[in-house]
Design a protein around this ligand. Structure first.
Ligand code: P6P
Length: 334
């Protein structure tokens, strides 16, 4: 019987990557497989959310003051659980938790990495069946191995990430992650219960015709942003257009679409929220790392997202991210 070697599972891919690096300890590969396992468990619950009483508010609010949906808590616990019981992660930070959780056991304290998560981004869309996602960021610890992880392990510039990725729970469930070797996408094959390599070596198209922004805040944006939005609306076939506006209010869905098709996603600061809404450590840094590795760009309107100094776990930042040439046109708007 011929074995179809064309289909490569996430596990096989990460092990192959490890074989290509003889000095690799396998911790990062193991960490990515752990995340894939938790993602499969979240996939099951997200896919039946309409069927069981797992919808609705959990009755609490998270550190952002947002109502917490039960799936948020479930997802947070899944990712924290697999990493706490793995061998690759010393602690995690999460949108759903006020402060970092340091695992502080003999095995975890020897682990080289820490992770940050938005366990279920876009959760306000759960009840209306819009695609939602998990976003994750991986740092190598700066604290002493053998001792518990510290806050400093998490408050690093995004440029120091060793891996970052997301899972999108949509028409299919996909896990996309980047290391410095590239960006690869894996689609969940439910017939075998494995993520299988479906989008090898993802590159962000150098330009595109999609711009994504919440027009409802237009009059709260700074003049430069308003001017760029106006530019997008005035594009014709003679100057790279016409553009189309696509904004679903679920960052993972919006940025994933633009990563694959080309486009620009913007969550600018507003007069009400000068720092914008999106969080640096577990939303903007991971996507900035992924999109830059794929050939795109990501800034806060002034500097690379990956160079923004991290001062606290839940800090926010304006975010502009996408195709290289579209980002450069935005940056050159005065
Ligand atoms: P607005 C979801 O709550 C989220 O954090 C991102 O997924 C999404 O891009 C953004 O907020 C949407 O925010 O203010 O446009 O509804």
């Amino acid at each position: 019987m011929l074995i179809n070697r064309k289909i490569q599972t996430l596990d096989e891919f990460t092990i192959q990557q490890m074989r290509d690096f003889p000095n690799a300890t396998g911790e990062l590969s193991g960490l990515l497989r752990d995340i894939g396992l938790a993602a499969k468990r979240v996939h099951v619950e997200v896919n039946k959310a309409g069927l069981v009483d797992i919808l609705g508010d959990y009755g609490t609010t998270n550190v952002q003051g947002e109502e917490v949906k039960k799936l948020d808590i479930f997802a947070n616990n899944q990712f924290m659980g697999v990493l706490r019981h793995g061998i690759s992660c010393a602690g995690i930070g999460s949108e759903e938790m006020d402060d970092i959780v340091v695992f502080d056991d003999a095995v975890s304290n020897q682990s080289k990495y820490v992770c940050l998560f938005d366990p279920l981004d876009g959760s306000a869309n759960i009840d209306v069946n819009v695609s939602i996602g998990t976003i994750f960021s991986v740092f190598r610890r700066v604290s002493e191995l053998g001792k518990p992880a510290t806050k400093a392990d998490f408050l690093q510039q995004g440029i120091k990430q060793v891996a970052a990725g997301y899972i999108i729970y949509g028409s299919s469930t996909m896990m996309v992650y980047a290391t410095r070797r590239g960006v690869n996408g894996f689609t969940l094959d439910q017939s075998i219960g494995e993520f299988t390599l479906s989008h090898p070596d993802i590159k962000c198209p150098e330009t595109g015709r999609i711009y994504s922004v919440n027009h409802g805040n237009y009059f709260q944006y700074e003049e430069k942003v308003q001017k760029y939005i106006n530019t997008c609306q005035l594009k014709t076939k003679d100057n790279g257009g016409p553009y189309t506006q696509r904004y679903i209010g679920s960052m993972v869905a919006d940025v994933h679409r633009n990563l694959i098709k080309g486009g620009i996603f913007m969550y600018p600061g507003t007069t009400d929220k000068p720092k914008g809404k999106l969080r640096l450590l577990y939303e903007c840094n991971p996507f900035a790392f992924i999109v830059e590795i794929a050939g795109g760009k990501a800034t806060n309107g002034n500097i690379r997202i990956l160079e923004v100094e991290a001062t606290e776990i839940h800090q926010r930042t304006p975010m502009f991210i996408g195709s290289k040439l579209m980002m450069e046109e935005f940056e050159n708007t005065i």
